[in-house]
Design a protein around this ligand. Structure first.
Ligand SMILES: NC(=O)c1ccc[n+]([C@@H]2O[C@H](COP(=O)([O-])OP(=O)(O)OC[C@H]3O[C@@H](n4cnc5c(N)ncnc54)[C@H](OP(=O)(O)O)[C@@H]3O)[C@@H](O)[C@H]2O)c1
Length: 296
């Protein structure tokens, strides 16, 4: 396969640095056409491997952004799930016609959840559908929960029912519920690895997982790291949690409930959104030949 040209859109969120680090790691030098384009709102000095392209991502600048990305084989979208932004990028993608588009999913398997709780994160599913309607090869990239020291699952622990302010836990389902997590550097390497593969051979959904842990592991780590004992103040069954999840979603998506939604998903078990019978770790990192999967 000839070298691939890559564009990354949205550099200053959680995934920009891991992807840039993977591109600069040297591991993919024989497969990437440098420099890759990094589309951002913030000016930054380009390097021999990364050309920063400042662009306005709105409907008035579609032709301008499409011209800047002309000839790109793979677009990796790392942006916030914002309806206006998604709509603009769908129009840009339709003009650029990359061979592969990886939209901003990077979380739970939304289609698995949709089978029992309709409409969860529908904005992301609709985005992928619209991109596919433009004839593009789209890979929905599922990572489970992010795990990042100082942030997800270390300090941001609502998925385990922990309230750091009151040092309490609202336990839903079993604390032994298993969840699939991915460390951010692993996401960076996996995205770049996937980008260098023949798009025609890729499944429509790629799931990766650094590790499977339990909600109790999150609680134990939080207690150890913070030298604190958390007390369980409420216990709610998996079944009641599911009904509550479905009812709250039916009333309309509410961002204030986001960690409740994720905790509900975490308690539901295999192939219900965040614990997978099929992962594609070998596709992106055969025999750990590119990187070692991180640990919680
Ligand atoms: N699985 C998990 O546990 C988990 C946790 C967090 C996030 N996620 C997912 O990861 C993805 C990225 O999330 P994030 O929190 O990193 O995103 P974010 O920080 O909100 O945004 C990422 C980047 O998107 C670009 N952007 C945002 N709003 C824009 C706008 N209006 N116009 C143009 N560009 C805009 C910016 O890039 P520039 O600054 O370069 O312009 C920004 O740095 C999302 O799909 C999110 O749902 C998953």
């Amino acid at each position: 396969m000839s070298k691939v040209s890559i564009a990354v859109i949205g550099l200053n969120g959680f995934l920009g640095k891991p992807v840039v680090d993977a591109i600069e790691s040297g591991k993919f030098d024989d497969k990437i056409q440098f420099p890759i384009k990094a589309v951002t709102r913030k000016e930054k000095p380009s390097t021999s491997k990364i050309e920063y392209v400042v662009a306005q991502l709105d409907d008035e600048h579609i032709d301008d952004v499409a011209a800047k990305l002309k000839g790109t084989d793979v677009i990796i979208e790392l942006v916030a799930p914002n309806p206006q932004l998604f709509s603009t990028l769908e129009k840009v993608a339709a003009k650029v016609q990359p061979k592969l588009y990886i939209p901003s999913q990077f979380g739970v398997d939304i289609l698995q959840i949709d089978a029992y709780a309709r409409g969860f994160l529908a904005i992301k599913t609709e985005h992928s559908t619209k991109l596919r309607e433009s004839g593009l090869k789209v890979v929905d990239f599922v990572t489970g929960f992010f795990a990042e020291p100082g942030a997800f699952l270390y300090e941001i622990v609502g998925v385990a029912g922990i309230d750091p302010a009151t040092k309490t836990i609202t336990q839903r389902g079993s604390p032994d519920s298993k969840i699939s997590i991915t460390k951010l550097p692993d996401i960076g390497y996996s995205l770049v690895s996937l980008s260098t593969q023949d798009p025609a051979t890729l499944p429509d959904t790629v799931r990766i997982s650094s590790q499977v842990i339990t909600l109790q592991d999150v609680i134990d780590k939080y207690e150890a790291n913070h030298d604190v004992k958390l007390s369980v103040v409420k216990t709610i069954s998996k079944e009641d949690t599911l009904k509550d999840f479905q009812d709250r979603l039916a009333a309309g998506f509410n961002f204030a409930d986001f960690f409740f939604y994720l905790q509900a998903v975490a308690t539901q078990g295999l192939d219900k959104g965040v614990l997978f019978s099929e992962v594609h770790n070998e596709l992106v990192n055969p025999g750990e030949s590119l990187f070692k999967w991180g640990k919680f």
